[in-house]
Design a protein around this ligand. Structure first.
Ligand SMILES: [Zn+2]
Length: 401
């Protein structure tokens, strides 16, 4: 049983005072307020002065990218066995920063699925829960083609989706537009047309899989929403020379409950410049994001960790300030980083909340995150399925009662 000074449960707008959280077999059995019952034989872990909250969720990262200036080059020079080890270490780095669930939206060789399915007792320590897309579906030579997911045509695209389904992916990721890290793949230009996107979405839905579409291009965003995509990553509404977010598309995103994968978080210690094609569009991007928020769209934070030096795999802890800049309050931000993100990842029924029946993925932080979002970086303990990850087992004051 964990006892602390306060608790944010993942959905409420206020903290609960002096909570006790009873954990059994990795699952939260009960949550009580002050003077809750102390079951006979319960082992009590006291975390005085600390606030409990659900583990964070990074709904968009790439374990296979190494957060250098040349992730594609690193991949090209690394075989699968070594790459799998690097990916495990990236996942553990996220976990040590309080990220207990990650959604990998693009790997090579389905290696993130290997990690997802690996023996939790094996390897060099526990991994966060992993939701994985496998290699993103892209055009030959298109954005992130080097991950191995290129396909084309009315027959080839559904076949690629079927292949992913047979490999056991949790979600289909499609590169609807070009992207910033792939030369010759302009972010503001579509890669697939509306009909191709619909073929991908229809086939994925036949297999019970959601689709999230990487889309910077304003055209691609409109096409993916019209095709019935469940999520849009980045959603920057780029045109050749600026940003154009039509009101009708924003309304459709909100009314269809399309999850907008909101790319947030930069490591302030890595103060490299924002790419020029993003920097010049920043005012338009911020305005579009605000309108998405004000329209009631489902905004889901994800870091895109791994793609640049400013995005190491534990960068999500720097996301709250980005989200506050778009107008969200602290409670909404914390809800988005926990319960809302687990819903977008298909795990909303068992992760992202501190409530009976949910997995005991719990952080203990020093401070009140509703008053100071930086408190999520004052991490004192991480529990994954009830087991301490940080500090090492035996950690803060433990007493037998
Ligand atoms: Zn990405």
């Amino acid at each position: 049983m964990l006892r602390a000074a306060a608790l944010f449960d993942g959905v409420s707008a206020a903290l609960m005072a002096r909570p006790s959280v009873l954990v059994a077999d990795g699952v939260i059995a009960a949550v009580h307020g002050p003077a809750g019952p102390l079951p006979a034989g319960a082992r009590v872990v006291d975390l005085p002065g600390l606030t409990l909250m659900p583990g964070l969720v990074d709904a968009h990262l790439h374990l296979c990218f190494d957060a250098t200036g040349d992730p594609a080059g690193h991949l090209a020079g690394t075989g699968d066995d070594l790459l799998r080890e690097h990916m495990a270490e990236a996942a553990r780095r996220a976990l040590r920063a309080g990220v207990t669930t990650v959604r990998d939206l693009g790997d090579r060789g389905y290696l993130a699925l290997d990690l997802r399915d690996s023996d939790p007792a094996g390897g060099a320590g526990p991994l966060p829960a992993i939701v994985a897309a496998g290699p993103p579906i892209t055009t030959p030579g298109g954005h992130c083609h080097f991950l191995g997911g290129a396909a084309r045509g009315e027959r080839g695209l559904p076949a690629a989706v079927r292949d992913h389904a047979e490999r056991g992916v949790d979600v289909i990721k499609v590169m609807a537009s070009g992207g910033n890290v792939t030369p010759g793949s302009p972010a503001h230009e579509p890669q697939f047309g509306a009909g191709e996107l619909r073929a991908i979405v229809d086939e994925a839905h036949r297999h019970g899989l959601p689709v999230t579409a990487h889309a910077h291009s304003a055209r691609s965003i409109a096409d993916a929403v019209a095709a019935g995509a469940d999520g849009i990553e980045h959603a920057t509404f780029m045109t050749a020379d600026g940003v154009d977010a039509p009101e009708a598309v924003i309304r459709a995103i909100a009314s269809q409950r399309v999850a907008v994968g909101w790319t947030v978080g930069r490591d302030p210690a890595q103060s490299g410049p924002v790419p020029p094609q993003i920097a010049s569009r920043m005012p338009g991007l911020i305005a579009a994001r605000r309108r998405l928020y004000e329209s009631g769209a489902v905004l889901v934070p994800g870091s895109d960790a791994g793609v640049t030096p400013a995005k190491p795999h534990d960068v999500l802890r720097f996301a709250p300030e980005d989200m506050a800049a778009a107008g969200l309050g602290p409670a909404e931000i914390l809800q988005a980083m926990t319960s809302r993100a687990t819903q977008a990842c298909g795990l909303g029924h068992r992760k992202g909340r501190i409530a009976a029946g949910f997995d005991a993925d719990i952080l203990a932080i020093d401070g009140n995150p509703l008053q100071d979002l930086a408190a999520i970086r004052q991490l004192r303990a991480v529990y994954l399925g009830g087991r301490p990850v940080l500090p090492a087992p035996g950690g803060p004051a433990t007493s037998e009662e």
